[in-house]
Design a protein around this ligand. Structure first.
Ligand code: NDP
Ligand code: 8X3
Length: 248
C-alpha cells in the first residue's frame, strides 16, 4: 500500500509543487484548496492516486467535518503539508486594512491549526506521521510594511515548535520550512490582482520556484526515521534576509 499525503493549498505555487513531488515519489495525495477546477485538473493527471477536497481552511466547521470523514482508504495520513496561506497588502501597520489582517490570520494561523487538529490525532494514534508547515523568512524578523503577514508567520514558527514539543514522545516528526522569495501567485494575491506590481517583486533577482521548496520538503520527509529536520531557511542566492535582497 502506498503512503498517503495531504497538501493544503495544492492549487498553485508551493503547494502544487509539493503535491507533484509527493506524487512522483510514490505517495497517494489528497489535494485541497478552494479552486475546484484546478483540483479537478490535477486529479485527472494523478488518476486513482489523488483525492480532491474543496474547502476553505478558514471555515472551521467545514474543515473539521471534511477531514474527520475522509473516505475509506484515505484516512491513514502519513504526511501533512500545511501550506495554504497568503499575504494581503504591503503598507505601514497603522494604514493596513483590517479585513486583510483578518484573512491573513484566519488562513495562515487559524486555518493551519484547524487542519493540524483534525489530522494529527490519527498520526499519534498510529505512531506514524510527518507534519511539514510552510512558514517564511518573514516569520524570522519583521520587514517594512509587512507587520501582520510577518506576525502570522512568526506564529506559524511558534505553533510548529510547540507541536514538535507535544509529539516528542512519539515517532512523529515536525518540520518548519521557511522560504524567502518564491515566484508564485503570492505577490499577485498580495497586491489584490495587480500583476505588474507583483512582477516587480522578482525583478533583478532569480527567485526560488515552488519546486525548490518542494525539494526541501521531500528531503525532510525522506530523511531516515531517526532524523528530524526541524527547520530549514531556504533563500535565493542574492537574498540574505527578509529585508536584504541584492538586485542586478
Ligand atoms: P500561491 O498564491 O501561489 O498559493 C497559495 C495557495 O494557498 C493556493 O493553493 C490557495 O488555494 C491556497 N489558499 C489560500 N487561501 C486559502 C484558504 N482560505 N483556504 C484554502 N486554501 C487557501 O502562493 P504560494 O504558493 O507562494 O504560497 C503558499 C504558502 O507559502 C503560503 O503559506 C505562503 O505564505 C508561503 N510562502 C510563500 C513565499 C513566496 O515568496 N511565494 C515565501 C514563503 C512562504 P485556493 O486559492 O484554491 O484556495
Ligand atoms: C513570503 C516571502 O519575503 O515576500 O513569505 O515575505 S516574503
Amino acid at each position: 500500500m502506498k503512503p498517503t499525503a495531504i497538501v493544503t493549498g495544492a492549487t498553485s505555487g508551493i503547494g502544487e509543487a509539493c503535491a507533484r513531488r509527493l506524487f512522483s515519489a510514490g505517495y497517494r495525495v489528497i489535494i485541497t484548496g478552494r479552486n475546484e477546477a484546478k483540483l479537478k485538473a490535477l486529479c485527472s493527471e494523478f488518476g486513482d492516486d489523488a483525492l480532491m477536497l474543496v474547502f476553505d481552511v478558514r471555515d472551521r466547521a467545514k474543515t473539521e467535518s471534511i477531514l474527520n470523514s475522509l473516505p475509506e482508504g484515505w484516512q491513514d495520513i502519513d504526511v501533512l503539508v500545511n501550506n495554504a496561506g497568503l499575504a494581503l497588502g504591503l503598507e505601514p501597520e497603522y494604514e493596513g486594512d483590517p479585513d486583510d489582517w483578518d484573512t491573513m490570520v484566519d488562513t495562515n494561523v487559524k486555518g493551519l491549526l484547524y487542519v493540524t487538529r483534525a489530522i494529527v490525532p490519527g498520526m499519534v494514534k498510529r505512531g506514524k506521521g510527518h507534519i511539514v508547515n510552510i512558514g517564511s523568512v518573514a516569520g524570522d524578523a519583521a520587514y517594512a510594511n509587512g507587520a501582520v503577514y510577518c506576525g502570522s508567520k512568526a506564529a506559524v514558527k511558534s505553533i510548529t515548535d510547540g507541536l514538535r514539543i507535544d509529539v516528542a514522545h512519539t515517532p512523529l516528526r515536525v518540520t518548519l520550512l521557511k522560504p524567502g522569495l518564491v515566484e508564485t501567485n503570492f505577490s499577485t494575491v498580495r497586491f489584490h490582482g495587480d500583476s505588474e506590481r507583483a512582477a516587480n517583486v522578482y525583478k533583478g533577482i532569480q527567485p526560488l520556484t515552488g519546486d525548490d521548496v518542494a525539494d526541501a520538503m521531500l528531503y525532510a520527509v525522506q530523511a531516515p526515521a531517526h532524523v528530524q529536520i526541524a527547520e530549514m531557511l531556504i533563500l535565493a542566492t542574492h537574498q540574505a534576509s527578509g529585508s536584504v535582497v541584492v538586485r542586478k
